[in-house]
Design a protein around this ligand. Structure first.
Ligand code: FO1
Length: 313
C-alpha cells in the first residue's frame, strides 16, 4: 500500500509504539512524523531518561525487548547488579547495560547544549529509525501524580516504583504553559494531511502532549482527518493502568468516555469490534480489530485505518 499523504502521529509508550511500527511498514518514511510524549521523562542516577522516546525508537529499530515492550532486547543488568553487590544500593528503575548507552549519550549531548529535538533526530537516525521522531517539546514538562494515599509522586515513582497501585486523585502537567511547541512540531502539524492519535493512555501519555501551550488549538485549526485509535477494548485496556485510572477519575471504562475526553481535538474514531457503537455527530467512526499481538496485526490495522480515512469525503 503506497501512502503519499503526510501523516503525523501522537504517541506515548508501548501501546502507541505498536501502531507506529505498523504505520512505518505502510507509509514512506518521509511522510511519517511521530510526536512522542516526554511527560514521563526524568533524571535518574544523573542520567536523563526519556522512556517513551526510547520505547518508540527501540521498537522501530527492531531492538526492543519484546517481553517488556520497553528496553533493549537481550540486555543485561550488570551495572545495576554491581550497584547492589558493591554498594548495597537498590535501584528501583531497571536500566539495562545496552540501554544505558542511550542515556549516557543523550545526557552528554544535553550537557553540551543540544536540544532534545536535535538529540532525538541524531539518535534515531544513527540507530536506523527511518520516520521522523520528535519529542513533544524541548523543555522539561514532568507529569506528577497526586495520589490519595501517597501524596504527590513523580511519574516514574508512581508508575514503576509503586507499580501504578496508588489511587489517583488528579494528574498535574507542570511547566506546560511555559513550554513552546518546537518549530519542527509546529511545521509537522501545519503540513500534515492527517493526524492520528495512537492507542496510548489518554491521561498519562497523550494529554501531556496536548497540554503544551497552543498545540491543542493548532491541531483543531487543521481541517483534516484527526483520528483517535481506541485504547480501550471490551471494557479494558490492553496493557497498563488506563482502565484503573478511568475508574479512579470517575469515568466508565468505555471507548465513549475516551472519545469525550478528546472532545473537538478529534473528528474521527477507530473503535474496536468488541466495543459498543459511538454516536457523536462531529466524529466519523469505524470499527476494526484493534488488538495488535504481532507485526501482521500492526500492519493490517494500519492499512485498514488509512484506507478508511482515504474514503472520507
Ligand atoms: N517500566 C517498568 O515497569 N519498570 C522498569 O524498571 C522500567 C524501566 C525502564 C527503563 C527504560 C525505559 O525506557 C523504560 C522503562 N520502563 C520501565 C517503562 C516505562 O517507565 C513506562 O512504560 C513508561 O514511562 C510509560 O509509558
Amino acid at each position: 500500500m503506497a501512502v503519499d499523504k503526510k501523516i503525523v502521529v501522537f504517541v506515548g509508550g508501548v501501546g502507541g509504539a505498536k501502531l507506529a511500527l505498523g504505520l512505518s511498514h505502510v507509509v514512506a518514511p518521509e511522510n511519517l512524523t511521530l510526536i512522542v510524549n516526554t511527560g514521563d521523562d526524568f533524571w535518574h542516577l544523573g542520567l536523563k531518561i526519556c522512556p517513551d522516546l526510547d520505547t518508540v525508537m527501540y521498537t522501530l529499530s527492531d531492538v526492543v525487548n519484546s517481553e517488556f515492550g520497553w528496553g533493549v532486547n537481550g540486555d543485561s543488568i550488570i551495572t545495576l547488579d554491581t550497584l547492589t553487590q558493591h554498594f548495597q544500593f537498590e535501584p528501583w528503575f531497571r536500566l539495562g547495560d545496552k540501554d544505558m548507552a542511550t542515556h549516557l549519550l543523550r545526557t552528554h549531548l544535553i550537557r553540551e547544549g543540544h536540544t532534545l529535538t536535535e538529540i532525538t533526530q541524531f539518535l534515531t537516525k544513527q540507530i536506523g529509525v527511518k520516520p521522523t521522531m520528535l519529542p513533544m517539546c524541548d523543555e522539561e514538562v514532568p507529569t506528577s501524580i497526586v495520589t490519595k494515599d501517597q501524596g504527590t509522586l513523580g511519574f516514574q515513582e508512581y508508575f514503576v516504583r509503586h507499580r501504578w497501585q496508588p489511587v489517583i486523585e488528579s494528574i498535574e502537567y507542570t511547566n506546560h504553559k511555559q513550554a513552546k511547541i518546537s518549530d519542527s512540531v509546529k511545521s509537522a502539524v501545519e503540513l500534515a494531511d492527517m493526524i492520528l492519535i495512537a492507542p496510548s493512555n489518554p491521561w498519562l501519555s497523550i494529554a501531556p502532549i496536548l497540554s503544551i501551550s497552543d498545540l491543542s488549538d493548532l491541531i483543531q485549526s487543521r481541517d483534516i482527518p484527526r483520528v483517535l485509535v481506541t485504547p480501550v477494548i471490551g471494557g479494558a485496556a490492553v496493557k497498563g493502568p488506563t482502565a484503573k485510572i478511568m475508574g479512579e477519575l470517575g469515568l466508565s471504562v468505555t471507548a465513549e468516555s475516551v472519545a469525550r475526553f478528546y472532545g473537538e481535538v478529534i473528528n474521527g474514531f477507530v473503535n474496536d469490534i468488541e466495543n459498543r457503537d459511538l454516536a457523536f455527530d462531529h466524529v466519523k467512526t469505524t470499527k476494526f480489530n484493534t488488538f495488535m499481538k504481532d507485526l501482521d496485526d500492526k500492519i493490517r490495522l494500519s492499512e485498514s485505518i488509512l484506507s478508511w480515512i482515504e474514503g472520507w469525503k
